[in-house]
Design a protein around this ligand. Structure first.
Ligand SMILES: CC(C)(COP(=O)(O)OP(=O)(O)OC[C@H]1O[C@@H](n2cnc3c(N)ncnc32)[C@H](O)[C@@H]1O)[C@@H](O)C(=O)NCCC(=O)NCCS
Ligand SMILES: Nc1ncnc2c1ncn2[C@@H]1O[C@H](COP(=O)(O)OP(=O)(O)OP(=O)(O)O)[C@@H](O)[C@H]1O
Length: 342
C-alpha cells in the first residue's frame, strides 16, 4: 500500500486534486468528512463539544451549528485548540480504520487540511501539497463560498503558513492558474510518480530509473534529508536511530537524540534540496538489523543488493543499503551497527 498525505491551505484546491486522484483509482480518506462524522447528531463527540462550548453551538435540529462554532474558534486560538482536542483523535481513529480496510495494492490518499500543523508528515510515503497564494485563496472563499473577507483571512491565519507547508512537501501541485493546469499536474504526478512508486514498493525494489527532481511540479522544495529522516523515524523499531550520513561516528554527540532530531528535520547535515540526500540508520547492540531493514523498506526505501555489492562487506561497512522506491528521489539510506564508542 502506498500512503499519500494530501494537504494545502484552505481553498488551495485539495478537493479538486482528491477528486481527480479518486477518478484515477486512489482510495480517498477525507479528514473534513470524518470530522463531520465525529460530531454527528447524538454522537459522543457532539456531547463533548456541547459540554465544552455550551448549548449555543447546537441548532434546533440537534446538529452542530457549524457557523456558530466556526465564529468562536477562528477568533480564539484557545477555543480552537479545545475543539481540535475533541475532534482530532476521533478523526484519526476513523481514518485508521479506513486505511486498515484498504487493499494491499491500493494507493491511499489521506486528505488532511492540518497535516503539517499536527506533525503527521513523517507517516506518509509521499506528502503532496496543493499550493496557492493567500490572496487567491481568500478570493476563492469570498467569490465561491460567499465568505466574508475577514473571516477568510482568519481561517488562513489559523493554519500553517505557505512556507511551513512547502517545507514538508515531497511534491508540490501549484494551483495559481486554471483548473485544467491543476488536473494535468495531478495526472502527471499520478502517472509519473505515484504509480511507479506504488509498484516499486510492492515489488520490494528501489526505483530502477530516476525521473529526476527537476520534472516540473514533481519535486519538493527543500529539506529532502530532513523529510527522509522523519519518514524513517516514524517506523523504526526500538534500538534503531536515524541521523544524517556522515555524523554516525559520534563526533557530533548527537546520536542519542537522533530519532527525535530526524522527526523534526532540525538537525545538521543536508537540509537543502539538491534532489539528493543520505541518511544512516544505526542499530544498537542486541537489536535485530533484519527488522530495522524491513522497517526502512516499509518507509519507502527498499534494499538495493547492487549497491551493497558495490560497497563490499568490509568490516565497519553498512549492514544493508537502501534506496527510494520513489522515482523522483535520489537518496541512500544505510543500515549499520552503532559503533561501540558511540
Ligand atoms: C469549526 C468548524 C465547525 C467549522 O465548520 P465549517 O463547515 O465552517 O468548515 P469545514 O469543516 O468545512 O472546514 C473548512 C476548512 O476550514 C479549515 N479548518 C477547519 N477546522 C480548522 C481548525 N481547527 N484549524 C484550522 N483550520 C481549520 C480547513 O481548511 C477546512 O478544510 C469545523 O471546521 C470543525 O469542526 N473544525 C475542527 C475539526 C478540524 O480540525 N477539521 C479540519 C481537518 S480534521
Ligand atoms: N485553479 C482554479 N481555478 C478556479 N477555481 C478553482 C481553482 N482551484 C480551485 N478552485 C475552486 O476554489 C474552491 C476551493 O477549491 P477546493 O474546494 O478544491 O479547495 P480545498 O483545498 O479542498 O478547500 P478546503 O480546505 O476548504 O476543503 C472550489 O470552489 C474550487 O472549485
Amino acid at each position: 500500500m502506498l500512503r499519500v498525505g494530501l494537504t494545502g491551505g484552505i481553498a488551495a484546491g485539495k478537493s479538486v486534486v482528491s477528486g481527480r486522484l479518486a477518478e484515477r483509482g486512489a482510495v480517498i480518506v477525507d479528514a473534513d468528512l470524518l470530522a463531520r462524522e465525529a460530531v454527528a447528531p447524538g454522537s459522543p463527540g457532539l456531547d463533548e463539544i456541547v459540554s465544552t462550548f455550551g448549548p449555543s453551538v447546537v441548532g434546533p435540529d440537534d446538529a452542530l451549528d457549524r457557523p456558530a462554532l466556526g465564529a468562536l474558534v477562528f477568533a480564539d486560538a484557545t477555543a480552537r485548540e479545545r475543539l481540535n482536542a475533541i475532534v482530532h483523535p476521533r478523526v484519526r481513529s476513523l481514518a485508521a480504520a479506513l486505511v486498515d480496510g484498504a487493499a494491499e495494492d491500493a494507493v491511499v490518499v489521506e486528505d488532511i487540511p492540518l497535516l503539517v500543523e499536527t506533525g503527521q508528515a513523517g507517516r506518509f510515503h509521499l506528502v503532496v501539497v496543493v499550493d496557492a497564494p493567500d490572496a487567491l485563496r481568500i478570493d476563492r472563499m469570498v467569490r465561491r463560498r460567499g465568505m466574508d473577507p475577514d473571516d477568510a483571512g482568519r481561517r488562513i491565519a489559523a493554519q500553517a503558513s505557505r512556507t511551513e507547508r512547502l517545507r514538508a512537501a515531497d511534491a508540490v501541485l501549484p494551483n495559481d492558474r486554471d483548473l485544467d493546469d491543476l488536473l494535468a499536474a495531478t495526472d502527471a504526478l499520478w502517472d509519473g510518480r505515484i504509480l511507479p512508486f506504488r509498484d516499486n514498493l510492492a515489488a520490494g525494489r528501489p526505483a530502477p530509473e530516476q525521473i529526476g527532481p527537476a520534472a516540473a511540479g514533481l519535486a519538493g522544495t527543500s529539506g529532502l534529508a530532513g523529510r527522509i529522516r522523519a519518514k524513517l523515524a516514524s517506523v523504526l523499531p526500538p534500538g534503531a536511530t536515524v541521523e544524517p550520513e556522515g555524523e554516525a561516528e559520534g563526533a557530533s554527540g548527537a546520536s542519542g537524540a537522533s530519532g527525535a532530531s530526524g522527526a523534526s528535520g532540525a538537525s545538521g547535515g543536508d537540509d537543502g534540496d539538491d534532489g539528493r540526500a543520505a541518511a544512516r540508520v544505526l542499530v544498537a547492540p542486541g537489536a535485530d538489523p533484519g527488522a530495522v531493514s524491513a522497517a526502512v523498506t516499509a518507509a519507502g526505501f527498499p534494499r538495493d543488493p547492487g549497491a551493497e555489492l558495490r560497497r563490499g562487506r568490509s568490516a565497519g561497512g553498512p549492514w544493508a543499503v537502501h534506496r527510494p522506491a520513489d522515482p523522483a528521489v535520489d537518496a541512500t539510506v544505510t543500515v549499520a551497527f552503532l559503533p561501540p564508542s558511540a
